[in-house]
Design a binder for this molecule. Structure first.
Ligand SMILES: Cc1cc2nc3c(=O)[nH]c(=O)nc-3n(C[C@H](O)[C@H](O)[C@H](O)COP(=O)(O)OP(=O)(O)OC[C@H]3O[C@@H](n4cnc5c(N)ncnc54)[C@H](O)[C@@H]3O)c2cc1C
Length: 438
């Protein structure tokens, strides 16, 4: 049996940042053999692969300063070069404000419908789901040619099943004037993430690696088997650890699964939590490909994948000299076996000129992410309203992308972890003051 003030579960960016902020009297337990979570980088035959594209968009001063300290000279800024491949054309992102790149009849349809939607907006009922939101805001053309088709592939469910809540800052909402200018080619809009930063060397894992080097209490290959919220202990490999506070950044359903004293109502609420599983394929290919494009959105329903990224076009160190490191994100609305997906990708690579022959492919590796995108459906808010107050009342802060069960970025994960650590440090100070007074 052991005792510690705070246990942190999960050594992704959230858990690592929490440990950094706490400084002492904590133990960080990580199931994997090395820290980093989704920000680990895989190396195969000289090619480096993140868990698909992992680009840092830093808007907060605290995280900007932290990342600068952690990466120092090993940091570079990149201007995004992403496109949408639609109707055989490469158009700028976001689709809704760059219609001018489309064939003229499609651009006209999208613009006409956007004008109609604008004129009718006040007559339409309040949108109840993402598809209605998109039709009300942008009209049927933009919705059908991009927003619904792309998001159907990404989320693996009907856009009518998800609320518009996830859009937040990640979703460009141009007004009619901007849409019209884009359709006439008068502007080229670029969306929320026109620039990003990234390590010059080592892939995105350079960030968690540097963070982990500042932390001394990480226990890898360690996942708790049981957790008793009321008595505040958990068991890992037969050892019982008593704690005062628990910061969990592991997926919320995984946390709730091991709670021994979870009320039945919460077990039911846990069953409402939905998340996509992701399948993607890493490719290492000979030659420089995709004409410097960093990633390409693929909305068309006949393709069983929705995005192709060429990471080495943004960061050349991700591939051996003269070669390219790519990832292809496979649609969630198809249950095609791997072999069929790989054959469709190879065919498409030839069509785009990514490869001239299959012999150009040096690496082809299918990968899975069990928790991908949290699904914001009609049960989402209700489930969270049941679960989170209960956890907080029992000393648990569940944080990070899958701990807080949200759609969020690496910067958000760092901030979530830092803030959770700050809260506990403040509590500790108040407790010390109280005990001195007594
Ligand atoms: C496909 C994809 C692309 C993305 N691209 C970007 C991007 O370009 N830019 C951006 O800013 N963000 C991006 N993100 C989001 C970003 O990856 C996350 O917000 C961030 O990495 C989440 O960090 P975390 O620590 O909260 O979670 P995780 O990284 O998931 O860390 C959780 C940790 O908990 C561990 N764990 C799990 N179960 C247990 C257990 N039972 N016991 C102990 N440990 C356990 C895991 O091994 C892991 O190390 C992307 C996400 C995805 C899925």
């Amino acid at each position: 049996m052991s005792k510690v003030d705070t246990v942190i579960l999960g050594a992704g960016l959230t858990g690592l940042a929490a440990a950094l902020s706490l400084e002492s009297d904590y133990i960080l337990l990580e199931k994997n053999s090395r820290p980093g979570g989704l920000t680990r980088t895989e190396k195969i035959d000289g090619y480096l692969f993140d868990h698909t594209g992992h680009w840092l968009h830093l808007r907060n001063e605290r995280t900007q300063a932290l990342v600068k300290t952690l990466l120092g000279d090993n940091l570079m800024e990149v201007s995004r070069n992403s496109k949408i491949y639609s109707h055989g054309n490469y158009i700028e992102y976001p689709f809704q404000s760059n219609l001018g790149g489309l064939p003229k009849d499609i651009a006209f349809e999208c613009l006409w419908d956007a004008i109609e939607a604008h004129l009718e907006r006040n007559l339409r009922p309040e949108p109840k789901n993402f598809e209605e939101f998109s039709r009300t805001l942008f009209g049927n053309g933009i919705t059908d040619h991009f927003l619904v088709s792309y998001n159907h592939k990404l989320w693996g469910c009907e856009p009518r099943e998800i609320t518009a809540e996830w859009c937040g800052r990640f979703f460009p909402k141009p007004n009619l004037e901007q849409i019209t200018k884009g359709a006439l080619g008068l502007t080229k809009a670029t969306g929320y993430n026109a620039k990003f930063v990234y390590p010059k060397q080592g892939g995105i894992e350079a960030l968690p690696r540097s963070l982990a080097s500042q932390i001394d209490s990480i226990q890898t290959d360690s996942a708790p088997d049981a957790l008793h919220l009321g008595e505040r202990w958990l068991e890992v490999k037969g050892d019982r650890i008593h704690y005062r506070r628990l910061i969990s950044s592991i997926p919320l359903p995984e946390l709730l699964k091991i709670v021994l004293d979870l009320p039945e109502a919460l077990r039911e609420a846990a069953s409402w939590l939905r998340c996509t599983k992701l399948r993607y394929v890493n490719y290492g290919v000979k030659g420089k490909v995709l004409n410097q494009i960093h990633w390409l959105y693929l909305p068309e329903p006949q393709l069983p994948f929705y995005r192709i990224g060429c990471s080495s076009n943004a960061i050349p160190t991700l591939a051996p000299p003269g070669c390219s490191s790519l990832y292809v994100e496979v649609s969630n609305d198809h249950n095609l076996p791997d072999a069929e997906v790989l054959s469709a990708i190879r065919h498409f690579f030839q069509e785009l000129g990514v490869i001239s022959s299959e012999a150009d492919i040096e690496v082809e590796a299918v990968r899975h992410i069990p928790y991908g995108y949290v699904i914001f459906d009609d049960h989402y808010d209700e489930a969270r309203e049941h679960i989170f107050p209960y956890l907080e009342n029992n000393g648990v802060m569940s944080r990070g992308r899958y701990g807080a069960w949200i759609y969020s970025s690496m910067e958000d994960a760092l901030l979530d972890g830092l803030k959770a650590g700050d809260i506990i440090r403040e509590e500790r100070k108040s407790r010390t003051l109280l005990s001195v007074k007594e």
